[in-house]
Design a protein. Structure first.
Length: 156
């Protein structure tokens, strides 16, 4: 699996991203934090070694305070209802919002198919987060209702 981590990091490096590797909360997790990728937020890539799963999470640049969380939660719920792949999550304790995609790695040290699948997983994650990001910010600031924001996003 360290080979897989090295390959993921190489993809990030080739794309000009800054990456930091660190251990996860569980012994079978490793995290790669990607930043400076021109999208205004951080992406955390988590490799669950024993389960052979890679998770990409785009993390919103702002945390939403308690009064905004019910509207943000409605936005996240409405966004998730229209998604075929991935999911938005809201941490109700600290107001963090992230969009998560994942992939199963059936060959931990496999060939180029894993590189291609990871690149798709990451690029899809970034595209969806970018699509919904302005709506999320508008709801969090109170300038739009969740319903208005989703209608605006999904009209594109």
């Amino acid at each position: 699996m360290t080979d897989l981590l090295a390959r993921i990091r190489a993809i990030a490096d080739r794309s000009g991203w800054t990456s930091r590797l660190f251990d996860g909360e569980r012994p079978d997790e490793r995290h790669l934090l990607l930043s400076d990728i021109g999208v205004g937020h951080v992406v955390a890539v988590t490799v669950h070694i024993e389960a052979a799963v890679i998770v990409c999470s785009s993390i919103a640049p702002q945390r939403f305070d308690a009064p905004a969380r019910p509207a943000v939660m409605e936005f996240v719920t409405r966004a998730n209802a229209g998604l075929v792949e991935g999911k938005f999550e809201l941490d109700l304790d600290d107001g963090e919002v992230r969009f998560t995609t994942s992939m199963y790695v059936d060959e931990p040290h496999g060939g180029g198919e894993i590189d291609t699948a990871f690149a798709h997983c990451l690029s899809f994650n970034l595209a969806v987060f970018e699509l919904y990001g302005d709506g999320l910010a508008a709801v969090g600031s109170g300038s739009m209702t969740p319903e208005e924001a989703i209608a605006s996003v999904e009209a594109h």
